[in-house]
Design a protein around this ligand. Structure first.
Ligand code: NAP
Length: 290
């Protein structure tokens, strides 16, 4: 098995982005900036937000942090987004998902200005993605395409199976794989797919985004296939200091002894997602400065 580690890609991309940011600022532009909003106290969300803010700071970006208790209302959040949309000091807005149950995610995503939607989740940006037009691409799918590019894995003429059809991963990555110029033949599976193995076995690349550990193992793919594991799952592990460990959606160890290429978890797609958020924020700053 070849481990498609992403730390090296992350470091390379960040070094390049830091250099571009310095040049941008040296030309007299204000540094790129991102407003990060976190509501409630979900452990995983808090750690994602901390990683995003740390990376923004390391790149020389400005970040505005908004933390609110679980009982923050939808109206309050929508008003805050309106203010940030109108604020010329803010290039990108990120609302950390999931939101508490009393807040409608769709309304919140729809409220973010299309020009500050650096997560790429709004109907405007998703619509443009679908049409193959320039847009803020959703960060995780964009990161997956970077991994494939870095490791020289062409999708042209290849069979790709995407397992999962969420709006933030499965659907957009499927669209990106089928775009003209990428040219994969794409199958998208869900929980009602009767014979998942039939699809994965005939695929050159399998992208797994289900949120279920061990959705696939080595017996379900052909030898030599590339497996992109998007999953992030905390499973109980009494031997770890935190009482859990993080695994993906793929039975990684089952690939030992095969010729498959597999992204690890941790150390894989998750690293790329944050870098792509910073790339989108930089792109928003460039647009603002034009
Ligand atoms: P989601 O909204 O829960 O969607 C999961 C999808 O997987 C659904 O479409 C579901 O089908 C499908 N599915 C679940 N089990 C399946 C099975 N056994 N066979 C076929 N399809 C199956 O999840 P998501 O937001 O896309 O996230 C997926 C995973 O990626 C999670 O572990 C999440 O934490 C992780 N994630 C990681 C990153 C990162 O940066 N690394 C970013 C985003 C998400 P139905 O539609 O039929 O229910």
């Amino acid at each position: 098995m070849e481990r498609l580690g992403c730390k090296i890609i992350k470091e390379k991309l960040l070094a390049d982005l830091a250099k571009r940011t310095q040049e941008f600022v040296a030309k007299g532009n204000r540094a790129p900036s991102i407003a990060v909003i976190l509501i409630g106290s979900n452990g995983a969300s808090e750690s994602y937000v901390a990683t995003k803010c740390k990376m923004a700071a390391e790149l020389g970006f400005v970040h505005f942090d908004y933390r609110f208790d679980e009982d923050y209302t939808q109206d309050e959040l929508l008003s805050l987004i309106d203010r940030l949309n109108a604020d010329p000091e803010v290039d990108g807005i990120l609302v950390q998902l999931p939101l508490p149950k009393h807040i409608d995610e769709e309304s919140v995503i729809n409220r973010i200005s299309k020009d500050k939607d650096v997560d790429g989740f709004s109907p405007y940006n998703i619509g443009r993605l679908m049409l193959g037009q320039e847009c803020f691409e959703p960060c995780t799918p964009k990161g997956i395409m970077e991994i494939l590019r870095y490791y020289g894995i062409s999708l042209s003429g290849k069979n790709v199976t995407v397992i999962g059809r969420s709006n933030i991963v499965g659907k957009p990555v499927a669209v990106m794989c089928m775009q003209k110029g990428v040219d994969a033949t794409v199958t998208v599976c869900n929980t009602k797919t009767p014979d998942l193995k039939a699809h994965t076995l005939s695929s050159d690349v399998v992208i797994v985004a289900t949120g279920r550990p061990s959705t696939i193992d080595a017996s379900m793919v052909r030898d030599g296939a590339t497996i992109i594991d998007v999953g992030v799952n905390r499973i109980t592990d009494g031997s770890r200091p935190k009482g859990y460990r993080v695994v993906g959606d793929v039975d990684y160890d089952s690939f030992n002894g095969t010729s498959c290429r597999v992204t690890p978890v941790p150390g894989g797609v998750g690293l790329m997602t944050v870098v792509m958020l910073m790339e989108n924020t930089y792109a928003a700053a460039l647009r603002r400065a034009r």
